[in-house]
Design a protein around this ligand. Sequence first.
Ligand code: ADP
Ligand code: MG
Length: 627
Amino acid sequence: MTTGKINVSVENIFPLIKKFLYSDHEIFLRELVSNATDATLKLKHLTSIGEAKVEYGNPIIEVKIDKEGKKLHIIDQGLGMTADEVEKYINQVAFSGAEEFLEKYKDSAKDSGIIGHFGLGFYSAFMVAEKVEIITKSFKDEPAAHWTCDGSPEFTLVAHDKTERGTEIILHIAEDSLDFLEEFKIRELLTKYNKFMPVPIKFGTKKEALPKPDDAPEDYKTEYIDIDNIINNPNPAWTKQPVDLTDEDYKNFYRELYPMQFEEPLFNIHLNVDYPFNLTGILYFPKMSGDLQLQKDKIQLYQNQVFVTDNVEGIVPEFLGMLKGVIDSPDIPLNVSRSYLQADGNVKKISNYITRKVADKLKSLFNENREDFEQKWNDIKIVLEYGMLSEPKFYEKAGDFVLYPTVDNKYYTLAELKDAITANQTDKNGKLVVLYASNKDAQHSYIEIAKEKGYEVLLLDSPIVSHLIQKLEADNENLTFTRVDSDHIDKLIQKEETQISKLSEEESTQLKTVLEEIVPKTTYSVQLEPMDSNASPFIITQPEFMRRMKEMSQTGGGGMFGMGNFPEMYNLVVNTNSELATTILNSEKSAQESLVKQALDLAKISQGLLKGEELTAFVKRSFELIK
Ligand code: ADP
Ligand code: MG
């Protein structure tokens, strides 16, 4: 047997880092600003515990472009490095000084917000630079050091005459990366990744008007001075305590997060845990609208105030994907593949925590101000209904706040709805019948008929409603949902008195034969029903089961039924007690045909089914009749 050490040649590592370490070259800036921030926060920590006996002051980080020299500078006033420390921290690839620091100051520094931990961030500079210089002066009483490396594993390290504390990183931008010398590009990157980092970041200057002096002359011209242009807000709302924030603060932060978004959010949820994982954040329920901008704004994921991604898949439960806001957690393993992420126990816990927080918030909003909650219902229902379908944990809690509005804008919880219909709405098996409509206009006549009888009709118009009621029925044995136009109302809801048909059995058979000869069999199945003589003579209905299966297969989930291209089938319910039924029976053959066709068309109009050529023919025939 032979054992040995695999020999990793450093020469080969640089090109690898350059190519594969990060798929996005632009993150080099995030990494370098993160290191500058870490250096500043470390100094803050060391001064606070008395280990660094220097004045902390108000350190900032500066990013500077030298277009002519093709250089980008990142300058900090943090703790700096001695020559020995450069040897130790920089010359050892994949040795993280950040982790070492956290290890060393375990107890006192755990909330210090130190970002780095893989010891690879610094080398991302070589993705865009052909040469990198570090000029650094430690807070310790030692001379400054100057490190230079051109991307080959050779470096030089010499003394430097820098006297102020801190580090300057100089990137000599490579020919293929010159766009990183453009002001707008750097501004874009800083705004994207560093907008809420904890140490102020200066990029260029801006003009500020001097206050007008009291003794200003008539023709006083406003004077301007150049001030530092700070691109970040070091204390974003999510890092504060909820008690310290007003409604207005939350709204302002929303605007800060999405400057292009003019619609105000409906409400927010402040997330704040530190055990068993660390997570802070603010989620917003947006007003749903067709606005495309709104779709583009997503939840942003941060780690210690550094933007990481707006792909929160796996971390935020899918049904909350439409929400806006930020989540900040140092405990999400981000530099690993997404599939690993899904399996990570911590990540699952985070997702469950978010679900629970959202449910709790909804419940308290509902309890505190139900009227306001009802008003917001339309904007939030899709998210909630989707949540009920996709997250069992959310479904369990949904009973407390999910609403079922009627066509007349009355809002019931499921429990309230059951109470409201118990006395009045049962079917022949004794089940409670929940009548609903999906479109107030299209199903108007059916809704009216149901309302006349004193029934409650819900308005359930979300695209996923068929899935939802399927689930509600499965979990509530004594409940059945049926759309108002799925059958004749008196068949949907069992009434004491059964109607007796005016027609004899023989007449009924005769009528049925006549109707079936005229009405197209492929679309309609004719059913004779004795009803009130003043009820509609012809009604078109579509059985609940058929329609729901079809809808479910169209909105996903029920594809296995293969009903996507199932033909439209309807029932034509004919009231045998109507005058029209008798008239048809007693007419000549040709008159029968036009009566049936006319009546069928009227029933179709009521269902919104009469269109195109058929509609034209109907209008023409109707004019003939009144001529
Ligand atoms: P990490 O940040 O994960 O520790 P990096 O490769 O980004 O790894 O940096 C390596 C180490 O180099 C840091 O931990 C730190 O000790 C040192 N370093 C990098 N940049 C600076 C800086 N601007 N000031 C002081 N030390 C720095
Ligand atoms: Mg780093």
